[in-house]
Design a protein around this ligand. Structure first.
Ligand code: PRX
Length: 653
């Protein structure tokens, strides 16, 4: 236990001011529904059909009404708002046209080099329509998949919305992923069009995205690559390539929105699982209700707010809380191209001051990184515009929580620690700004969501670590895994109908949840999810490697760092050069974020008698924990070797 844990204990709670409570959106809703207090709200919302039916009335607009809030007959393939006709783009853009929001700024965009551009809702609407018409011209239609490999520039949300407008399914691939990772995702989704950009800036360097994209489309099903000219970087254009500006040059500013079924897919987003193959999480158009509700209630967004979610759109956080959620609420968002501490450590704080940000949402890794720079960097800028703060992606340690609270929020702004996943689509366990907070706890499942912590026998436990499960469906849940419906049903749902999150958590006596991390073989590095076996597959795909075990090791800044134990093929010479080669190889196979921080060469890895590598044992040996009973291992001597190598060969690259 750290000093702050001891200092805070579980009793230390932070209460919201009367002003925050009285002015909050959630309080207003409670008053309108004769709900006297928050306990009553939690109770009433246990009736999820009633709750979601009631909240959607304020948040969604339908082409034609649904007949049933929830159809459970095909569980775990739940159907929400059955037979309703809808398109998320209608809520995000169309309905603002002709209202005062039309001329309001939707995005304040800032490039890494510091140029600021403002796009109104009307600007976004026009550009979305032009591209949507361009996509149609290329033969893209309802149900077709379009891959997007783009930097954090306005063209990315525009491209996503253009796909959604015509009923196409977008599959955004994080721009930090390698060509190989992009190629695999293109092939899996069967995308026929790829949208990319020439290049972008990251930490002052130009990243040549189009060159990587070209490599990825080789031997793929891509018929056209649309390239957005952004960094003015000279790129080769082939026959199947087309510049975005040429494609949209003659296209009108109007394009009819495709009328979709509530349950029609909106996007595929690949995320790491416990096997080497990423999972194609499928979300549908009406996932929108969860985003709009949580943004409105948790971050209490109102028309005058300037919202900044500093995540990358390549992950679910950006999809839900940079693109669709804020546009549905008609608020102004900041979109930033570059790195968080470039050119100076106070880049984020300086931007908060300059743009008058009122609500700011970031990751614990980013907070810990800024803590390390020293408090003086957070004192330079006037951040008095802030009224609420948030975090996502990993457990936040109480030290980081307190630093954020005191240095950024100046002890005035409640921190919303939001727990959720790619699969959940929106926040699930999170405070509301009207409730008391305990640093390090994401508090309780939001109204409309139900969660429990179970022991291995499936019994509900309190004050004890166990598996975090969601005990009822929710409308922004994933509907399936792309082309793998069997895997969806088997992987996520137990026989009692609980959704298995893969996380370990504890519930305290007040019903507050403390999420501790993944309980399965998935790493969480700087809030990015990477499967251990994905990295192992990348390592063994190198001709020098025979076997590999990848382990997450606790890290003060990133949450976890990546350690790899590698068995080389006979006759291959180990050494620093090979370490670098293997790190780069993983970078090329997956992306830089997956490169091991440390690589140990060993002669053998601990295995069961059936030959399965025991990661748990490797991990215990790595972090000097009690290894436990190893008598059932086929090769217990491998454990000693790991302990020795770790002790004497503490190599960091
Ligand atoms: O382990 C949990 C952690 O991130 C995982 C989900 O990762 P991903 O699907 O990439 O989505 C990240 C952004 C939503 C979860 O299984 N996680 C996310 N938020 C929190 C968290 N762990 C603790 N506290 C959180 N607030």
């Amino acid at each position: 236990m750290s000093n702050v844990d001891v200092l805070l204990g579980e009793k230390r709670t932070f209460y919201p001011s009367k002003e925050i409570v009285e002015n909050s959106n959630v309080k207003q809703w409670m008053d309108a529904h004769d709900i006297p207090d928050i306990e009553n709200l939690y109770q009433r919302s246990k009736d999820i059909e009633w709750f979601w039916g009631e909240v959607e009335k304020d948040l969604l607009t339908w082409y034609s009404p649904y007949d049933k809030v929830l159809d459970r007959s095909d569980a775990p393939f739940y159907h929400w708002f059955t037979k309703g006709k809808y398109n998320i783009v209608h809520d995000a853009l169309d309905r603002h046209i002709g209202t005062p929001t039309e001329h309001k700024v939707a995005y304040i965009f800032e490039s890494e080099q510091g140029n600021v551009t403002e796009l109104t809702y009307r600007d976004v609407y026009n550009e979305v329509n032009r591209l949507a018409n361009g996509l149609k011209r290329l033969g893209v239609g309802k149900g077709d998949r379009v891959a997007l490999y783009m930097p954090m520039i306005p063209a990315l949300p525009i491209a996503m919305l253009a796909c959604a407008r015509i009923g196409a399914v977008h599959s955004v691939v994080f721009s930090g992923f390698s060509s190989r990772a992009l190629h695999d995702r293109i092939q899996d989704s069967g995308a026929k069009v790829l949208i990319t950009a020439d290049a972008f800036w990251r930490k002052g360097k130009v990243i040549n995205l189009k060159v990587l994209a070209d490599e990825a489309v080789k031997d793929s099903g891509i018929e056209h690559t649309i390239c957005y000219q952004w960094a003015q970087y000279d790129v080769p254009m082939r026959k199947r390539d087309i510049w975005w500006h040429d494609l949209v040059a003659d296209q009108p500013h109007e394009c009819e929105t495709e009328i979709m079924d509530s349950e029609d897919p909106l996007f595929i987003l690949y995320t790491s699982g416990t096997t080497g193959k990423p999972k194609g999480v499928v979300h549908v158009h009406t996932y929108s209700v969860g985003l709009a509700l949580t943004l409105k209630w948790v971050f209490d967004l109102k028309p005058g707010d300037v919202w900044w979610c500093s995540a990358d759109i390549g992950w679910i956080t950006g999809h839900s809380y940079i693109v669709y959620g804020p546009l549905m609420l008609g608020v102004t968002s900041v979109l930033y191209e570059g790195a968080p501490a470039h050119p100076e450590p106070n880049r984020l704080w300086e931007m908060i001051a300059r743009h008058g940000i009122t609500v700011f949402y970031t990751s614990p890794t980013s907070i810990r990184m800024h803590m390390r720079f020293g408090d003086e960097w957070a004192k330079k800028d006037d951040m008095s515009s802030l009224r609420l703060l948030g975090t996502v992606g990993e457990p936040i340690n109480p030290e980081a929580w307190m630093w954020y609270y005191e240095n950024i929020g100046k002890s005035r702004c409640p921190i919303m620690d939001t727990w959720w996943q790619t699969e959940t689509g929106c926040f699930v366990i999170s405070p509301l700004p009207i409730m008391s907070l305990k640093p390090g706890s994401a508090t309780r499942p939001l109204p409309g969501f139900n969660a429990e912590v179970h022991d291995p026998e499936g019994r509900f436990v309190v004050n004890k670590g166990g598996s975090l499960v969601l005990t009822s469906p929710w409308p922004s849940m994933l509907r399936t895994l792309y082309n793998e419906s069997e895997r969806y049903a088997q992987h996520y749902w137990n026989k009692n109908g609980d959704f298995l999150t893969g996380d370990i958590a504890r519930v305290d006596s007040d019903g507050y949840f403390w999420v501790q991390g993944r309980g399965d073989d998935v790493l969480n590095v700087s809030g990015h999810r990477i499967g251990n076996s994905e990295i192992e597959s990348a390592l063994v795909s190198h001709s020098s490697v025979s076997e590999a075990a990848v382990i997450g090791r606790p890290d003060d800044i990133k949450g976890e760092s990546i350690a790899a134990f590698v068995v080389l093929r006979m006759g291959v010479e180990s050494g620093d050069e090979l370490r670098n080669t293997l790190r780069n190889h993983v970078g090329e196979e997956i992306g830089k974020i997956a490169r091991p921080d440390i690589i140990y060469f060993v002669n053998d890895l601990p295995k069961t008698r059936s030959g399965k590598i025991m990661r748990r044992v490797v991990r215990s040996a790595l972090i000097s924990q009690e290894v436990g009973d190893i008598s059932t291992l086929a090769n217990p001597e491998a454990v000693k070797e790991i302990e020795n190598v770790v002790k004497h060969n503490n190599y960091y690259s």
